[in-house]
Design a protein around this ligand. Sequence first.
Ligand code: FAD
Ligand code: NAD
Length: 467
Amino acid sequence: MSSYDVTIIGSGPGGYVAAIRCAQLGLKTAIIEKYDTLGGTCLNVGCIPSKALLDSSEHFHNAKHNFETHGIKLSNLEADIIQMVSRKAEVVAQTSNGIKFLMDKNNVTVYNGIGSFASKNQVQVTDKDGKTEVLDSKNIIIATGSKPNFFTGMEPDKKRIITSTEALKLQEIPKKMLVIGGGVIGLELGSVYARLGTQIEVVEFADTIIPTMDRTLGKELTKVLKKEGFKFNLEHKVQSVANNGNSVSLIALNKKGEEVKFEADYCLVAVGRKPFTQGLNLENAGIVALKNGQIEVNEHLQTSVPTIYALGDVVRGAMLAHKAEEEGVYVAEIIAGQKPHINYNLIPGVVYTWPEVAAVGKTEEELKVSGIEYKIGSFPIKALGRARASMDIQGLVKVLADKNTDEILGVHMIAPRAADLIMEAVVAMEYRASAEDIARICHPHPTYSEAIKEAALAATEARSLHI
Ligand code: FAD
Ligand code: NAD
């Protein structure tokens, strides 16, 4: 029987990063993945393929709507979805092969098959042909991730009523697509198709889109996406969705309790994801998952069995690749006897619409609830020279700082390349900077980053310079 210091079940960003760090720390490490390719949801059907399609569709959108103003004339412009999807598949394959390379480079043994607990310190691997092998392991990490969630009446059939996985490989550009859920997936994949000409109609339960983010962002993003042709139906409760062969129909109740009917070619169900633990035989290790599949862990990410850890989407917290990666490093270092730390307050969130949405720290709503006195500084992107030069004038930066100490408590923005810009705020907040600290740092001109400085100036003493 093969034996290891650490065996990891699942090769997503949580699992494969844990494997690399374990190996770096001198631990004999194995990783088990049930799919043919490594990288989990993120690399295969999540972060990477969605960004590949977002980039392709954004090029098309710019060519169609903005090039002429820039003095570039095109004729017979056409979106080739088959080529877009095939380029995306190539990007995914290259990235996933890169993980295989990293496993080999770090001497991590990869097992292809389903991992399940035989006991507290033994994992059975069952390959495609049903052949089994049992691995002895001093420590085990559960990194089995998550799957798309849905509610009664909106069960995906994966043909017309689809999840993000199918939406990443459609072979046609739909005329109209319904999107249940105005969250991250709905708006990112909705953007892909809206840019290609699909009429996107969002049916959302809450009274705003991206309801977990600062409400200013939801308001601003609604304006941005309406210009791209999105239609929003807020406070609508979905009752049923039906596949009618070549179309779908959806019935929802609006806030007055009236029945509203929608028709489209496809319906994308994007109402969150649920932790995935199926087939793990957790009972053989004496672990009980919560009703929603989530595995309970303590502050060291240990389950009720101290040598069995869990991380990433399968445990509490944001379902984000970078959160899973941080936890992968954290668990490896805990196993090696180190004392790592994760600042969960400073895990940034991004929505890859255009312009992008990004945030870190507390929202204004959270500060109100916690009774902390705060001040706000905000600055519109359109007031930047850089924005006018590129014609990207939508969005804003909002800085929330403690009213008494000036410490930055939250930064929320919609801006070109906000996904990258937000890191200035993350670094500043990690070092507990004040709004004045950012306001006094020289920012290069002309850049989008000047909006952060200006918002910080506004938060300090209402002394923005360029508005
Ligand atoms: P996963 O990536 O889900 O990996 C789990 C792996 O475990 C899978 O490969 C699975 O096959 C394997 N597995 C499960 N059970 C077993 C078993 N019994 N035996 C063997 N293997 C098993 N996050 C971001 O931060 N940025 C983004 O831009 C982003 N975009 C996204 C876009 C989409 C469309 C989706 C769906 C998600 C996106 N996410 C994004 C979320 C991100 O993909 C997840 O948060 C991340 O993948 C979680 O990592 P994980 O390691 O916990 O699990
Ligand atoms: P989400 O939680 O972001 O959004 C779900 C939306 O569906 C919410 O607005 C919610 O109010 C709405 N909703 C819930 N039940 C509903 C119902 N019955 N009817 C109508 N609307 C309903 O979830 P998601 O967009 O499915 O994404 C899943 C996870 O994947 C998220 O946790 C996200 O963090 C992660 N993800 C991240 C990125 C990124 O980082 N850029 C991209 C994609 C996915």
